[in-house]
Write a protein that binds this ligand. Structure first.
Ligand SMILES: NC(=O)c1ccc[n+]([C@@H]2O[C@H](COP(=O)([O-])OP(=O)(O)OC[C@H]3O[C@@H](n4cnc5c(N)ncnc54)[C@H](O)[C@@H]3O)[C@@H](O)[C@H]2O)c1
Length: 372
């Protein structure tokens, strides 16, 4: 029998408990060695709930634990880069929540550091692990959709429509008076990754970004703040392969989580995945063919869902259990890597290009960092 993979999780609060930790608890190939949080009660509660053997409150102590081969960074965004570097220096494989860094250059450098040590990395691109999205990727790869013409990526839900719902993950030191890219970072980075995963590299983008809700509660501040949070972006995309893309992200478009829609139109067929929880069902997938243009629902086999899950499983757990199982299996079985730190850096590079296109009111060519 293959040895189990020793895992340690850094940060055990909202998202870790909802998405990451159920994945480790469910994977038979995982030994959940330890959890670590600077708030001891959070780490202790998570250890109890998900069966971790050890509890740490200092990440350095956890990274020095020889039983741990892979580290999961699920802490606030500003800490991702430094913690990932430390985990790499300690010789651990790393899963890090997105974004890895605020600047794409920093994300590329971190990707190179892991590559140089032969370590595996994965960015928490949750929606790559939607069975419907993976099926569209397979249909593009096996030619079912033919030559790809158009790719539409939408990510919109009304999580931040209510100004009293606190804004999180505002970069430290951000100037509240200047437009702060938020929905394009928080949501758009996922969407950009999905569009790039199915459509290949982007060659240019044009974009417009806005602040629609000018005053909001912000985590760590008292009362409503005047903050120029970018809560909506629309972008046009040219792909190196010749396809066209349209992308929209929104924090305020009325609708349910996670509000992702991916539409791919090719010469032989078209596919639409909607990752919008409705009546307890996490997602739908439809396919049309050039000779039968009515979109038909597609039912995927049970084998595409992690054992014990189905379309009624809440989406954070459904997708993250799948993400965790892919990463653990990649490491244990030596499978080809996917959704790596380099993919995270590429997505970040495109997000930066979209921000630049808006700021300078022009098309921006990609890559921004050809030697990265
Ligand atoms: N991929 C996705 O779909 C998705 C969804 C939600 C959140 N996220 C990301 O996940 C990350 C975590 O989000 P969250 O909502 O759980 O944040 P959170 O602030 O609720 O929880 C983070 C936890 O990390 C702990 N922490 C901070 N610094 C630490 C350190 N040095 N060592 C150990 N613990 C430390 C905090 O005490 C806290 O308990 C964020 O970057 C967020 O953007 C990703």
């Amino acid at each position: 029998m293959t040895a189990k993979l020793g895992v340690g999780v850094l940060g055990t609060f909202a998202w870790a408990n909802k998405a990451h930790l159920p994945g480790y608890a469910a994977h038979p190939g995982v030994d959940l060695v330890a959890v670590c949080d600077v708030v001891p009660e959070r780490a202790e509660a998570a250890a109890k709930q998900f069966g971790a053997r050890k509890v740490y409150t200092d990440h350095r102590a956890m990274l020095a634990d020889p039983e741990i081969a892979m580290v999961d960074v699920c802490t606030p965004t500003d800490t991702h880069l430094a913690l990932s570097y430390e985990a790499i220096a300690a010789g651990k494989h790393v899963l890090c929540e997105k974004p890895l860094a605020h600047r794409a250059e920093d994300a590329f450098a971190c990707a190179r550091a892991a590559e140089a040590k032969g370590l595996r990395t994965k960015i928490g691109f949750t929606f790559r692990y939607s069975p419907a999205i993976r099926q569209i990727k397979a249909w593009v790869a096996d030619g079912t959709l033919g030559q790809i013409f158009h790719i539409h990526g939408l990510e919109q839900n009304s999580q931040f429509l209510d100004p009293t719902f606190p804004l999180r993950q505002v970069p430290a030191g951000a100037d509240f008076a200047k437009l702060i890219p938020m929905s394009i970072v928080g949501y758009g980075s996922h969407l950009v990754d999905l569009m790039r995963w199915v459509g290949g590299d982007f060659s240019a983008v044009a974009a417009t970004m806005s602040n629609f809700v000018p005053e909001r509660m912000v985590r760590g501040y008292d009362g409503l703040q005047r903050i120029a949070c970018e809560d909506g972006t629309a972008a046009l995309v040219e792909f190196t392969g010749g396809a066209h893309g349209m992308l929209q992200t929104s924090y305020i478009a009325v609708g349910n989580y996670p509000g992702i829609e991916l539409r791919v139109y090719g010469s032989k067929g078209a596919a639409v995945a909607r990752l919008v929880t409705e009546r307890g069902i996490a997602e739908t997938l439809h396919l049309a063919r050039a000779d039968a243009v009515e979109f038909e629902p597609v039912v995927l086999p049970a084998s595409v869902y992690p054992p014990g899950t189905d379309l009624t499983t809440p989406w954070p757990e459904l997708y993250y259990r799948n993400l965790v199982r892919y990463f653990v299996d990649e490491i244990i079985e030596g499978r080809p890597p996917e959704s790596t730190f380099r993919d995270g850096a590429k997505s970040q590079e495109i997000v930066n290009a979209i921000s630049l296109a808006h700021a300078e009111r022009r098309w921006v060519s990609l890559p921004l960092y050809p030697d990265a």
